[in-house]
Ligand binder design. Structure first.
Ligand SMILES: [Zn+2]
Ligand SMILES: [Zn+2]
Ligand SMILES: [Zn+2]
Length: 336
């Protein structure tokens, strides 16, 4: 069981492993966790960073769980945040501006296959807790929830009451010091709460390093390539233009919106990131001079005709996904 030695919030159970090379991209699934590192400038975020350790070189300050009710058109996240547990759109979750004026860094993780059977019940548990108050005091079993406590509880309840994640003894002391971090002294005194030093808990950093989690990679918002003036936008999971919605080996095509003239990984990404719906590009089938498709492998532009001829990039010979033709009307408007 637990070592009797006083553990820093996260003992060095696990060596740092370079989880984050994500050459294949990944789609978001139900039950995935999205860890976030607050944009610098946020005081609570900085206070958490000062006392915790996360997977890789991240300093996570928050975590929520992915909830996809039906189809990929609507990805939500359930999170315990101030003032209460809530369900938010993926867009709202990813694009929360910190006081530093920037967005958090978001990194996805997935529970290992042995625990994936818990996911449907865990999400049902999470939905039952929507509206519960935020747990400012970081206390277990008080009917209030902080971010990683919510995830800990819903997976435990879905696993017949057996914890899936391990608890650690919390510390609010600065790393390698016996001094309580100033930000935390201020935080707890403003709330009129005692400092739960040495109490059991779990923080997002510890959760990201749990042995039951595989870290999948970062969700980033654009991809560029040296030597190319082109950019792919979206909720991207690799540098080839794969996104949280479509990430098979062949999903490397980006399409251009006629309104904003930007290349997006997919229409859902476009519609999440822009304030207008993706407008299909007018295509004259007898004119192949317009280059309106971008290959995520070579980052070069090709025409609709070159793209659709045999669903292979004519410039780098990389295969495209022929199934994309099923929704070509979303991206192209065919004119005579
Ligand atoms: Zn657009
Ligand atoms: Zn997408
Ligand atoms: Zn290519």
């Amino acid at each position: 069981m637990y070592s009797t030695k006083r553990l820093k919030f996260l003992a060095l159970f696990f060596l740092l492993i370079p989880y984050f090379a994500s050459p294949q991209g990944f789609e978001l699934h139900n039950g995935d966790l999205i860890f976030q590192q607050a944009c610098s400038g946020e005081s609570v975020g900085n206070a958490i960073k000062n006392v915790t350790q996360s997977a890789g070189s991240y300093q996570f300050t928050h975590v929520g769980v992915v909830y996809i009710p039906d189809g990929k058109d609507s990805i939500f996240v359930i999170e315990a945040t101030i003032p209460e547990v809530r369900v938010v759109s993926l867009k709202e979750y990813l694009f929360k501006k910190g006081s530093g004026g920037c967005y958090p860094v978001s990194v996805a993780g997935r529970v290992k296959p042995a625990y994936q059977h818990c996911i449907p019940a865990a999400l049902q548990e999470a939905l039952k807790l929507v509206g519960k108050s935020y747990d400012y005091g970081f206390v277990l079993n008080n009917d209030k929830y902080y971010c990683s406590e919510l995830i800990y509880d819903i997976f435990m309840n879905a696993n017949q009451g057996k914890p899936v994640f391990e608890l650690n003894k919390m510390t609010f002391r600065q790393k390698d010091s016996d001094q309580t971090d100033d930000n935390w002294i201020r935080y707890f005194s403003e709330k009129g709460l005692g400092i739960p030093e040495g109490e059991w808990g779990i923080n997002p950093g510890a959760m990201s390093r749990s042995k039951v989690i595989d870290m999948l990679g970062e969700i980033h918002y654009s991809a560029t390539r040296r030597g190319s003036s082109n950019t792919i936008y979206g909720l991207l999971t690799d540098s080839l233009g794969r996104c949280v919605h479509y990430a098979s080996e062949k999903d490397i095509v980006a399409n251009k919106c006629f309104v904003c003239k930007k290349y997006y990984a997919c229409y859902q990404c476009h519609n999440l990131c822009e304030n207008h719906l993706l407008s299909p590009w007018p295509v004259h089938l007898n004119d192949s001079s317009q280059k309106i498709v971008l290959c995520g492998n070579c980052f070069r532009e090709i025409s609709y005709q070159a793209y659709s001829r045999d669903y292979v990039c004519p410039l780098c010979r990389k295969d495209f996904n022929p199934k994309c033709a099923l929704h070509k009307e979303i991206y192209f408007m065919f004119e005579r």
